[in-house]
Design a protein around this ligand. Structure first.
Ligand SMILES: [Cu+2]
Length: 244
């Protein structure tokens, strides 16, 4: 306590004593206030996603007014690309420790499709796999760093699993319905986002540093960018994928 005492004496401020004690008694949280946000653009002509034949599953078919399609290349009306997983690939200090997950991530099987189609999860965070269809689904995870799993869900129910290792991405599929595919990015930190229906993503709460940000798309592969952030600033990191 000798060092703390001298700091307090020099500063002579109660606030600083409290701050020093907080820092001394437990590991300081290495979270920050910086953000990286951006858009994922798309150029060229998007291929049409295959139409799903749901005749064998009338319960699922009844959930659509137009024929359902697979969700492989989702180009938004504003010319951006959805379902791109954008994440911090490297640059975090070795001492970084992620906060405990605040709750489960839910993957829903509804209308014989996965919702969401692309998502992220923390190592150790609960994945709640929900069957909202009330028909047989069989979800299979085919990771290489994570132990694969295979769960039969014959009716409306929820199963829980966790992932033990970082892996971008773990493919998920249904053994009953060949068109059902989803992708999960498993990370040891919460610095990831998925481009949505306006093509934008956001990664928030970054500590200061220089990061390699990777954007992953199931058909168009990966792209990387390097971004340096300090304090509570927001930097822009745009990506652009082109039709093949
Ligand atoms: Cu299924």
């Amino acid at each position: 306590m000798g060092k703390l005492g001298s700091v307090a004496a020099v500063a002579g401020g109660i606030g600083l004593v409290a701050l020093a004690l907080a820092g001394w008694t437990r590991q300081p949280a290495v979270q920050g206030g910086a953000s990286v946000t951006g858009k994922v653009k798309f150029t060229g002509k998007a291929p049409a996603n295959p139409v799903i034949d749901m005749t064998e599953e009338p319960k699922c078919k009844a959930k659509y007014t137009a024929p359902a399609r697979e969700q492989i290349v989702e180009v938004n009306p504003n010319g951006t690309l959805a379902d791109v997983f954008v994440y911090v690939k490297s640059g975090l200090p070795a001492s970084y420790k992620a906060p405990a997950p605040t709750g489960p991530v839910t993957l829903d099987q509804d209308g014989c499709r996965y919702h969401p189609h692309v998502f992220g999860i923390l190592v150790g965070q609960t994945l709640a796999i929900k069957n909202s269809d009330g028909i047989l689904h069989n979800i299979k995870a085919k990771g290489t760093k994570n132990r694969p799993f295979n769960i039969s869900q014959p009716t409306t129910m929820t199963s829980e699993r966790t992932f033990t290792a970082s892996e971008v991405m773990v493919p998920l599929e249904c053994n009953v319905h060949g068109w059902m595919h989803a992708w999960v990015g498993v990370l040891p930190h919460p610095f990831f986002g998925v481009s949505g229906t306006d093509g934008s993503y956001a990664i928030r709460g970054l500590p200061p540093g220089t990061y390699t940000i990777e954007a992953w798309h199931e058909k168009y592969g990966t792209q990387t960018a390097t971004v340096t952030v300090t304090g509570s600033e927001t930097k822009t990191g745009d990506f652009s994928f082109a039709a093949k």
